[in-house]
Design a binder for this molecule. Structure first.
Ligand SMILES: Cc1cc2nc3c(=O)[nH]c(=O)nc-3n(C[C@H](O)[C@H](O)[C@H](O)COP(=O)(O)OP(=O)(O)OC[C@H]3O[C@@H](n4cnc5c(N)ncnc54)[C@H](O)[C@@H]3O)c2cc1C
Length: 393
């Protein structure tokens, strides 16, 4: 994994971008036995892929292809986590429901194929099993076994190292890709030779074939995130937590007819005002050291500002207090992240040429769906099905 000394190739596939989407492409191409180089502009990935919750979300993904991609990607995480040394911090989801309208959404969700394996627990059994939830106002808990949680800031570098050391993927960091015309790829470190190229630029829409990305009317979404440390030994979470506001944000729930009444109820509730104004819903996950990652807000703009207003953080923390049995904690870190967004679209695979794909996840679901999406994109480039091949180790 070098900053200099880039090998010119030839490669079968050059991947532009070392985030989860680029890494997923490298893995899919190696399953097909292809020679792969990943070209990353920064000295390491510092983009959306290390800033997220590491929450591999299945339940709540849009019905159909997106939900199936999440299931497949979860299975890929399960397969690579051990060999790559990535710990699963916890599994499953507990969605705390505090409104009657929310219960109706959950009941409707459970009647769909997406509810397989999930159940609605009454408060008493839910609290016995999940004492990390706040009992106040709790009407029920949607329990899902499908989710995983990894520590993103460790998982991405570990996945990178494993792809390099165990699977023979070449990595070149600090290398900006300027132009793509296979078999020639122009980079800031000189040309390289690759038969096909997958451009996985995250929220950067200014690179090769930028004019084609403009056709997708992309914007960006800025999110606030916090890390909170409970008093030692006072709090243990055994699954990810979400709440009613998640039911009107995640399309797998929000597109159900019952969600309209929940939206109305929340909009009429002054207590939900700050959260709704900043696009906030609660995700809470816990790390090995006991700290919680809490978020998130959603602010859409073509050029998100770099500021992190305290009122948004406060609204996230208030929601956490209302949902979690968390008495005392200290905020130890705050950060923002940005992902690509496009109205009504979860992702895009753009096809500028037969031998080039641009792949952008436009819905904040990259940790949950990138592995499956990359199998589709790589499958197209090489006329094969990466998922039909075992891990090449
Ligand atoms: C705060 C936050 C929380 C989130 N939480 C979750 C979550 O819990 N679960 C989930 O599923 N999703 C989550 N998401 C979404 C998820 O993180 C993204 O969908 C995913 O990381 C996108 O991956 P990527 O590889 O496309 O982008 P990035 O990780 O941003 O990587 C793109 C890379 O491409 C490089 N690059 C761009 N152009 C060039 C070029 N010309 N040459 C060389 N390199 C280039 C960049 O330097 C960058 O490293 C979250 C996002 C954010 C911001």
């Amino acid at each position: 994994m070098s900053r200099q000394g880039i090998r010119r190739g030839p490669y079968d596939l050059a991947v532009v971008g070392g985030g989860i989407v680029g890494l997923a492409h490298a893995l899919a191409a190696r399953r097909l036995g292809k020679r792969v180089v990943v070209l990353e502009r920064d000295a390491a990935n510092v983009g959306a892929s290390i800033r997220n919750f590491g929450f591999v979300t299945v339940t709540g993904q849009a019905r159909g292809a997106q939900w199936r991609r999440a299931l497949r990607s979860r299975d890929v995480w399960d397969a690579v986590a051990g060999p790559a040394g990535i710990a699963s911090q916890h599994a499953g989801l507990t969605l705390a429901v505090q409104t009657q309208e929310g219960l109706a959404v959950v009941e409707s969700f459970l009647a769909t194929e997406m509810g397989t394996g999930c159940q609605l627990l009454d408060p008493a059994p839910a609290l016995a099993r999940y004492p990390h939830l706040n009992p106040e106002g709790l009407l029920g808990v949607l329990e899902s076994p499908h989710e995983r949680r990894v520590e993103a800031k460790h998982a991405i570098p570990r996945l990178t190292r494993w792809l390099a050391e165990a699977l023979g993927v070449q990595f070149a960091f600090g290398v900006n890709v300027r132009a793509v015309d296979p078999p020639r790829v122009e980079t800031s470190a000189g040309p390289i030779d690759a038969g096909a190229v997958a451009i996985c630029p995250g929220s950067d829409d200014t690179g090769p074939f930028a004019e084609r990305l403009a056709g997708y009317r992309l914007s960006k979404c800025k999110l606030h995130m916090l890390r909170a440390a409970p008093l030692p030994g006072t709090y243990r979470q055994t699954a990810a937590v979400m709440g009613d506001l998640s039911l009107v944000r995640y399309p797998g729930y929000a597109s159900l007819p019952e969600a309209a009444a929940l939206t109305e109820r929340l909009e009429a509730d002054p207590g939900a005002g700050p959260a709704l104004a900043h696009g906030i819903h609660l995700i809470a996950v816990q790390s090995a050291d006991g700290s919680l990652v809490l978020g998130d807000s959603h602010a859409y703009a073509d050029a998100p500002d770099p500021f992190q207003p305290a009122e948004v953080d406060d609204a996230i923390l208030n929601l956490a207090r209302a949902t979690l049995a968390l008495d005392d904690f200290r905020v130890t870190e705050r950060w923002t992240g940005v992902y690509a967004a496009a109205a009504g679209r979860e992702n895009l695979i753009d096809r500028p040429r037969d031998d080039v794909r641009q792949v952008v996840i436009t819905s904040g679901t990259g940790m949950s769906t990138a592995f499956a999406l990359a199998e589709e994109s790589v499958g197209e480039l090489f006329a094969g099905d990466p998922s039909a091949h075992p891990l090449p180790v």
